[in-house]
Structures are given as C-alpha cells and as structure tokens.
Design a protein. Sequence first.
Length: 481
Amino acid sequence: MTAFIRAALFGLLTALSLPHAAAAQRELPDFSQLVEQQGRAVVNISTTQKVSARAMPQMPPGVDEDDPMFDFFRRFIPQQPGTPGSQDARSLGSGFIISADGHLLTNAHVVEDADEITVRLSDKREFRAKLIGADRRTDIALLKIDASGLPVVRFGDANRLKVGEWVVAIGSPFGFESSVTAGIVSAKGRALPQENFVPFIQTDVAINPGNSGGPLFNLRGEVVGINSQIYSRNGGYMGLSFAIPIDVAMDVQSQLRVSGRVQRGRIGVVIQEVTKELADSFGLQKPEGALVSSVEPRGPAEKAGVEPGDVILRFDGKPIEKSGDLPRLVGGTKPGAASLLQVWRNGAARDVRVTVAELNDDRIDPRKGRRSAAPEAGPAPNRLGLVLSELNAQQKRELKVEGGLRVEQVSGSQRSDLRAGDVILAVIARGRQTPVSTLDQFNRILSGIEPKVGLTVLVRRGDSQTFLTLRAPDAQRGDER
C-alpha cells in the first residue's frame, strides 16, 4: 500500500509539473529565426593603418596577430624602439547594411585613422569600403561599398524599448564572425562621462572587442541600437554594455550622407546636475533641470540674459529631467534657430529666448582646476570648517571679478568638493543668490541659516565655475547617527 501511494503521488506531482515546465519553456525566447532573417545584413569590418615600425609595440613571445590578446598588447604595452620601415596595424569591428546600394553603419572608433577599410559580408564576399563621414561625438561612421541588391536590416523604435526586455547582438567579437549574444535592457537614457550627446541603452548583452559597431536587435528583429562601449576593469566583458539608440545614429548618418559632417547647436553654458541639496537651496520642489554654473562671455546664453545660478527647466517646451538632457536637445537644434528656455531664478520661473549658435567640433573645453599652496596657520575656521579671506585688488583683476572670498583652509571634517584656492563668488539661500565680497557679509548670511541646513555657494576654480553645497561638521555627524 505504501509503495502504491508513493507511485500515485509521484505520478500526480509529475502531471502537475509538466504544464508549468512547458509554460516556462514557451516563455523563453527563441532567437534562431531572428538570426536567420537578420544575420545576413551584419558585416565584419577590418582596417589597416600604415605605421612606422618604431611605433609598433614589441609583442610577448608567442602572441601573433591571430591571438585574441594581440589587440590588447598592441594597445597597452609600452612602445619599444624598432627597426625602420612600416607595418600594417589592423583592427576588427562589426557593422550592418542599411541600404541595398551598399551604405552601412559602424562605430567611428572602428575606422578612425584607417588607411584601408575592408568589409566582409556573411556570404564571404569582401569589398573595399569608402568612408563617407564619421562623427566622434556620437561614435557613428557611415561607409559605402560598391555593391547592390544587398540584404538590409529593419529599424525599430528605441524609445519603445522597456527595461527588462530581451535584446540580441550580432557581431564579430575577437574576429569570430556572426557571433550571437543575448540579454536584457538594463537601463535607458544612460549618460556616460564625456558623452553628452548620446542617451545610451545599457544592456547585459555580452559585448567584447570586435562587437563594436554591430547591431542590437529587439525580439521583432528590428535594430534598436549600435553596440559601442563596455564598462570593464580588465578590458573584457563584465556585464555592462552600452548601445547608441538607432534614432540618434540615423539622424547622424543622414547628415553625414548629405554633407559629410554633423551640425549641432550650442548656447554657451557650463551646467551641472541638480542634487536634492541644490534643489532645496534654489527653492525647487524637486531635483530637476540643468544648473548653469557659468556662462560663456558674449555667447548666445549671455546675450539672451541667462545668468550663473539659473536652472534651465525646459528647452523649447521639452522638460529637462536631468542635466544631460540639455546638451542633447540643444545639440539637435539647427544653428540659427530661436529657442525658448524656461529658467528658474530667484524662486520663480521665467522664459528666455536664445538664438542657438553652431558647435565647432574643434572647440576644446579648457576647464582645468588649479591648486594653490597650502596656507599658513591663521584665523580659526568658521562653523562650516572654512577659513576665508577677502580678495585684494590684484586678485580681482586677475580673476576678472568684482568680489569674492578666497578659501584659505578647509577643515578635514568638511566633506565637500571645496578646496583651498577656490573663490566663493555668491551664496544661495532660500532660493535667492547673493554675491559676496566681504567676510562680514558672508558671516551675516551664515548666521541667519540654521546649523543643520546646508549652504550652497557659487565657486570659481581656475577658469570654471560650479555650485557646491556645504554642511557644518556637526550637522554631518548628526546625519550619520
């Protein structure tokens, strides 16, 4: 009887588990049809650059050009003297065909400085490619091969992607052509350091050297992005990959196809993110917008009346949720257009109309910090842990300012980015910005603020300006408890 009951229970449990197992199997995606239909439009790209043998690094014994580590050593080991002459420096990447007449997209860094570009199709045919144009700011390059009747990809809408949605990459990691990897969308609109014009799609799709420039597909077989970067501490995939949204890439390629270059707008401001503390200081209900830390002299924004301390909330009616939204919106505006800014100033919103200028690709932002020598012992720090001094006439002339207080010393318990040598130009309290030029004035403002409330200051450092929020050391220790 016991054996019979056990067998019955086992049969019952098996019968109950089969539908669930079948359902789970049905829910797992099958990428085979997608790869079969779209894989033919994905290409392998190799480049050759003539370089002096003296500039070629010396490879460790046993590492040749076919070794997956060749590119790593070529990039990172120290250069050693060599013999005169020249050699071919090769690199690998991926791309995809966007028109049957031979136009295709890849990353700009894949073909940068290349003397020769070779495109290898999935049917093993090879073509010499012509570079139509490349845009470093978005890392997009448009190539053309002399062919017709080619298979092309289908385009999707990157804005419709959802976090958690399955995506697929096809490319040539380490030269292994037509390799397929899959994962999910980890985040959207991701801003990366020094990348102001691309709202990256973050995924956990395995991307490695050679995948760059290849397409990112959704499950409908539509290209939604171009695989561009990985975050890594060892040079290989670590679970963080970033793709350029396809709508950004197609806008760039259309301009490259017409003129070989990309026009972008600029208004001449340096901005920073609005934190919760900064929002409280400026009287905003929530952290939003782009805080203007400095304005380019005689630039479009200054001519329109934009001031340091303004928070730009909207650009042509579009909300600025985070500071990274502004460069993309301004950059996508045609130079010469009159755009409407909504700015927050002195506790109220106001509209400012600015004429957008053209961003020069050759412009270099000279924002450099300048450290000063440690000050000698002097007055005791104030309750913020700061020792300040008034600027003399010569210092004002050098800095081209009318007033300000120089930071001579910062207490070790003062946790902020403020450092000796900085100049405090203004204080922001209760939504209003007040320029400061004397210690008495600063101390009066400080005495009117509750000890646990942070104080936001406009700071000049070198040639740049930024807003910082300071807290008294006692308040900070209280927060920790």
